[in-house]
Design a protein around this ligand. Structure first.
Ligand code: IPD
Ligand code: CA
Ligand code: CA
Length: 262
């Protein structure tokens, strides 16, 4: 069986665990005052690692609930067992399992699956992006004023630190120039919604590799663009990700507040 198909079957099975959790009363723990985790995040991750690892030799698993820190390997399987845990806990049906396979520092295969709405986004390098088997593409409107832009807020917002103020300043400058903002709550799906033309851009600060590893490939295969806040190549070490349909990329960059590292 083709490897992407095998991966898809595993993710569909893992989706049943997410569905079970979504439709039951769940106990919630806190990683921080705003960051939630449930036994389902851990169970889905354990299931995915057990089934996916044997398909890929010489790859390191980088999965949210078990990652112990350190540098990101060039050949890696990025796993976010539930992207959108806050939605999961609040019974908002916008969440996904996200799997991105990278080799030599480049994305090769990707799956983002929302088991509540039964939407499965997938891509293989050079072979296009799909939602439930149908080819998807970004929507090429060039007018920023027509754009819906997705974004997210950093967990550390209660500390009112630098990242928080950058978010607030970016809102202030961007909002009057666009149609509207969406904070949907799952970065992997934000990139898929951009890939399928539902939104026209996406930006966020302080994301982790497992949030975006799959969505980046889906977006690139759907004809979109991704960069850091300066318009340079995005890599996991960058603080901010900016993604778009390509046509509004420079306008989006111009209207985000400047951010200074350090
Ligand atoms: C979160 C979601 C959210 C984003 C957060 C992420 P999680 O992932 O992708 O949209 O704004 O920063 O950490 O914690 O639900 O897997
Ligand atoms: Ca996530
Ligand atoms: Ca997660």
């Amino acid at each position: 069986m083709e490897r992407l198909k095998a991966l898809e079957n595993i993710v569909l099975e893992a989706g049943k665990i997410v569905q079970e959790g979504y439709h039951s009363n769940i106990e919630v723990s806190k990683k921080s005052p705003t960051e939630l985790v449930t036994k389902y995040d851990k169970a889905v991750e354990a299931y995915l690692i057990e089934k996916i690892a044997p398909l890929y030799s010489n790859y390191t698993i980088v999965a949210e609930e078990s990652f112990e820190g350190g540098s990101i390997p060039q050949n890696a399987i990025f796993i976010d067992p539930i992207d959108g845990t806050t939605n999961f806990v609040h019974k908002i049906p916008h969440l996904a399992i996200s799997i991105g396979i990278w080799s030599n520092g480049k994305p090769q295969e990707a799956i983002v699956y929302n088991p509540i709405l039964n939407e499965l986004y997938s891509a293989k390098r050079g072979q296009g992006a799909y939602c439930n088997g149908k080819k998807i593409q970004v929507q090429k409107d060039t007018n920023l004023q027509n754009a819906i832009i997705a974004t997210g807020f950093p967990y550390a917002k209660h500390e009112m630190g630098k990242a928080y103020w950058w978010v607030v300043k970016s809102f202030e400058s961007l909002l009057p120039k666009i149609r509207d903002i969406r904070r949907l709550g799952a970065a992997a799906l934000d990139l898929c919604y951009l890939s399928s033309g539902k939104v026209n851009g996406f930006y966020e600060i302080n994301l982790k590799p497992w949030d975006v590893a799959a969505g980046i490939l889906i977006l690139q295969e759907a004809g979109g663009e991704v960069s850091d806040i300066y318009g340079k190549a995005y890599s996991f070490e960058k603080t901010i990700i900016v993604a778009s349909n390509g046509s509004i990329h420079s306008q989006l960059l111009e209207n985000l507040a400047e951010y200074h590292d350090g």
